[in-house]
Design a protein around this ligand. Structure first.
Ligand SMILES: [Fe+2]
Ligand SMILES: [Fe+2]
Length: 339
């Protein structure tokens, strides 16, 4: 899944500093070739020349995206041992495993830009690198698992389908596979909630409570308003970003309101109503102070999530050691046989 607009800028860029489309130490003929490729909607591949700022922007976006996938395993992973039936447990296991796979595709895509996985993970574990703020909210009941699938994965699909057409080949190709799996994630979440809504009044209340808690953080996932997104125009120019944060958010609201009606839940926004003139739903103001507080480390679960991730990495050291030892032995055996 999921980051807020898949690219939270560095602090100096938050302050509104523009990034030039012309690279430092620019090589004009190669820059012209690069621009032609972008203009004709051809893919940029790892061996191609690219401006430094394009490489840096992609690396930040893809690594934030990869981090979000693997941290996203944590809030739902909490519920695997407490799933209410064997069927739901199998579905949740498959989903959480998919998210781990998404992280792997994306780290591989990011590595093609010249940065190693170890350094990306070190940046995540030290708190330097960002991941989606949505995973810093708690999963209090089983209805949270369904709501994450329905709303969080639903928002991820909105965000990620346009990235299948991203100008950078390895990222675009990874996203095609990821989007297919995200679609299953969204549907299992909706199905989970629909089952609960047909159950007892306590189950229905549980769903409504989860939707009340997740709705606003999910809308914030699309990232700051277009007026406060200094990098968006450049991302559009480079074919990394295809649809603006506000337009994606609007598409998500328009798609989700009818689904909420089918479920029979109320979305917690008194200002949410159809606007005939615009041909869209209007919605109330988003609390951006809360969003930035969570992004900057002060959400309800930031410390807990990072500590769990760091522990998982340390606990998995023996697996990495064993895989490396096996690869070394295999290589030695092959060399001996070839000799
Ligand atoms: Fe994912
Ligand atoms: Fe997902």
């Amino acid at each position: 899944m999921y980051t807020q607009a898949l690219d939270i800028p560095e602090p100096r860029q938050q302050a509104g500093e523009a990034v030039s489309t012309i690279a430092e130490g620019c090589d004009l003929p190669r820059q012209a070739q690069f621009d032609t490729k972008i203009d004709s909607d051809r893919k940029i591949e790892p061996q191609d020349w690219m401006p430094d700022a394009y490489r840096r922007t992609l690396l930040r976006q893809i690594s934030q995206h990869a981090h979000s996938e693997i941290v996203g395993m944590v809030p739902e992973g909490n519920w695997i041992s407490r799933a209410p039936s064997l069927k739901r447990k199998a579905i949740l296991l498959a989903k959480v495993q998919d998210e781990g796979g998404h992280g792997l595709y994306l780290y591989s895509a990011a590595e093609t830009l010249g940065t190693g996985r170890d350094s990306m993970l070190a940046a995540l574990h030290s708190g330097k690198a960002k991941y989606s703020s949505i995973f810093n909210y708690p999963t209090l009941t089983w209805a949270d698992v369904g709501t994450i699938g329905w709303l969080v994965d639903g928002a991820a699909i909105m965000n990620q389908v346009p990235i299948c057409r991203c100008s950078y080949g390895p990222y675009a190709r990874a996203m095609i596979r990821i989007c297919k799996e995200e679609s299953f994630h969204q549907r299992q979440g909706f199905d989970n909630l629909l089952t609960m809504m047909k159950g007892t009044s306590a189950q229905r209340e549980m769903v409504q409570d989860a939707v009340n808690r997740w709705w606003w953080p999910v809308l914030a996932m699309f990232g700051p308003p277009d007026t406060d997104s200094p990098n968006s125009a450049l991302g559009m120019r480079w074919g990394i970003k295809r649809i603006s944060n506000d337009d994606l958010r609007q598409k998500f609201v328009d798609a989700t309101v009818p689904q909420a009606k089918i479920l029979g839940v109320t979305l917690p926004d008194a200002e949410l109503k159809w606007n005939d003139a615009r041909g869209h739903y209007d919605y109330g103001p988003i609390d951006w102070d809360e969003f930035w507080a969570v992004v900057n480390g002060n959400g309800p679960c930031n410390r807990e999530r990072l500590a769990t991730r760091v522990k998982a990495h340390a606990d998995g050291q023996w697996v990495r050691d064993a895989a490396l030892a096996h690869a070394d032995r295999k290589r030695a055996r092959e060399m001996k046989e070839a000799a």
